[in-house]
Design a protein around this ligand. Structure first.
Ligand code: SF4
Length: 202
């Protein structure tokens, strides 16, 4: 099996399962696995067992690639990113259905939140709206708290700070805050996965 099996279009066309979830996982795998399957554990935060689970559920055609990963292909948190574990826990605490796919997504989102781009871009998604759809589907109670559509990474870290009782805001409310453009910009940009096609809503 060649590494082209991790191309978005090939993953989706030969995969199975819920179309939107398949699209989300294919997007992440394609972007993170651009240099090969060996890059996936570090890029997505999933260990070998987690990647086998994703493949078995959505992309059985790439199961051999995941099974060929070293048994100790791990998912250790980036030691310089203290908030990764906290964000994963926040997401896990707000799973909509408590299914395995949401465990994998919590791990992937926490790891990709360390990336330099908008989160939807670093997840390989086509548009920011897909991240909103993902959040409302799989982490509904948390997504419902983002009533003013704050940038997702800003929103997550603000939630973590509130949970820890840490005040990060310079102003009593957003309408009088100098940072409002940092927290509420549209997160526009180009998708990082050039081969993707948007999927219809289901
Ligand atoms: S705009 Fe200001 S007050 Fe509102 S969340 Fe951002 S930092 Fe806090």
């Amino acid at each position: 099996m060649t590494e082209t099996a991790l191309r978005y279009d090939i993953l989706v066309s030969a995969g199975r399962g819920d179309p939107f979830d398949r699209h989300v996982f294919a997007s992440a795998l394609a972007l993170a696995g651009g240099t090969g399957a060996a890059a996936l554990p570090r890029a997505l935060g999933l260990d070998r067992q987690g990647l086998i689970g994703v493949a078995a559920t959505y992309f059985p055609q790439v199961l051999p690639l995941m099974e060929a990963l070293p048994a100790d292909a791990g998912s250790a948190s980036d030691p310089g990113a203290l908030e990764e574990d906290d964000l994963r826990r926040l997401l896990l605490d707000h799973r909509s259905r408590g299914v395995l796919a949401e465990n994998w997504l919590a791990t992937i989102i926490a790891r990709r939140s360390l990336g330099p781009n908008h989160l939807w871009q670093d997840l390989g998604l086509t548009h920011r709206s897909e991240l909103g759809r993902l959040m409302h589907r799989h982490f509904a109670a948390l997504a419902a708290c983002n009533v003013h559509d704050m940038k997702w990474k800003k929103f997550f870290y603000r939630q973590l700070c509130e949970r820890d009782g840490v005040l990060i805001c310079k102003a009593p409310n957003c309408t009088v805050c100098d940072d409002v453009h940092h927290c509420f910009a549209p997160e526009a940009g180009e998708p990082l996965n050039v081969l993707q096609q948007p999927v219809s809503r289901t």
